[in-house]
Design a protein around this ligand. Structure first.
Ligand SMILES: O=C(O)CCC(=O)C(=O)O
Length: 316
């Protein structure tokens, strides 16, 4: 039986720069100045051709320490973006320095930015803080917002015990971004473990070409699961998948794993720092529609699904 195949709508070759930024410190101004310098550096080059980056992504909690004790103190106001809309720079909250930096950096570089994640203060309930991503266009407008949905509450004997939900409230809006070069599903860190999230987004948006997540795995789960989860999600959904980690820094309350990477739609890792490169670095990749097409055509798992025999169970 020959596979029916159509190219992924709206996907054109693009360059991604993932900034494995050093972990945030208490001095937010210092963190933001440093992140901006790295964004400018990342914008200048990379990928496997001579074009500059088209999209930059930062890590989880990049503007402040990754610590439950820090989130409330560093939380900022983040406006909601109307569906399909944008928030102009002049309408950003004056008291949100991280949003201002990201908007300025997008204008300065002329590049789309997935602004990692930051603690967000709930305006209507000051007991609530979210782990929130913002997305920016080259005009410095905020074009997307996503609140982490699955909170990292784990108790691993001999490993790590953590309850993100002691401080953070969960979001409940899965998010897909339409960039001029392709449709990208976004989420944050622990969300990668939930296959139904990306599978349902993928089903509703067949034009998704990539799944990108700011993340910060740790030294317990990083070695076991960081790489395999990304490769699994990539193979299951036949999309590019990448997570962007903070650099590893011993002595922090939460030591991030590092190893930022991007794998292609057959689970092959195409860009990652060298093993000794757990420190600050920029990982460049090129996402290629022809490669994606060839893989989907060669192994047509998505069109060959037997929905007449099985289907996702309803949770409701
Ligand atoms: O899934 C994991 O092992 C790590 C997740 C995590 O650290 C997070 O979501 O913050």
């Amino acid at each position: 039986m020959s596979a029916t195949y159509t190219p992924v709508a709206g996907f054109s070759r693009f360059n991604l720069a993932q900034i494995q930024l050093r972990p945030g410190e208490e001095d937010k101004t210092k963190n933001l100045d440093h992140a901006r310098d790295l964004i400018v550096q990342a914008a200048a080059g990379g990928g496997d051709d001579s074009r500059k980056a088209d999209l930059i992504i930062l890590p989880e909690y990049f503007n402040s320490p990754i610590a439950n004790s820090a989130h409330k103190k560093h939380a900022e106001e983040v406006p909601d973006v109307p569906a399909g809309g944008k928030i102009e720079k002049k309408d950003l909250p004056a008291a949100s320095p991280t949003l201002k930096m990201l908007s300025d950096a997008a204008i300065q570089t002329g590049i789309y930015i997935i602004g990692g994640s930051i603690p967000e203060r709930d305006l209507t309930d000051d007991t609530k803080v979210y782990n929130t991503m913002t997305v920016w266009d080259p005009q410095g407008r905020m074009i997307g917002k996503y609140r982490k949905m699955h909170l990292y509450d784990v108790d691993i004997p001999g490993g790590i015990t953590m309850r993100e939900s002691d401080v953070i409230s969960p979001g409940s809006e899965p998010t897909v971004m339409k960039f001029p070069f392709g449709t990208v599903a976004v989420a944050i860190c622990f969300d990668i473990r939930f296959q139904f999230l990306i599978a349902s987004l993928r089903e509703a948006n067949p034009d998704i070409c990539a799944y990108l997540l700011p993340a910060a795995f740790n030294l317990t789960t990083g070695p076991k699961a960081w790489e395999i989860l990304q490769r699994a999600r990539a193979i299951d959904n036949q999309i590019y998948v990448g997570m962007c980690s903070p650099a590893r820094k011993q002595g922090e309350e939460y030591v991030a794993y590092g190893h930022t990477l991007l794998c292609d739609c057959e689970g092959k890792i195409i860009s990652t720092p060298t093993p000794e490169d757990e420190g600050e670095t920029i990982v460049y990749s090129t996402l290629d529609p022809e490669h994606l097409s060839a893989i989907r055509k060669g192994v047509p798992t998505l069109t060959a699904q037997r929905r007449d025999v099985y289907n996702l169970p309803s949770f409701k």
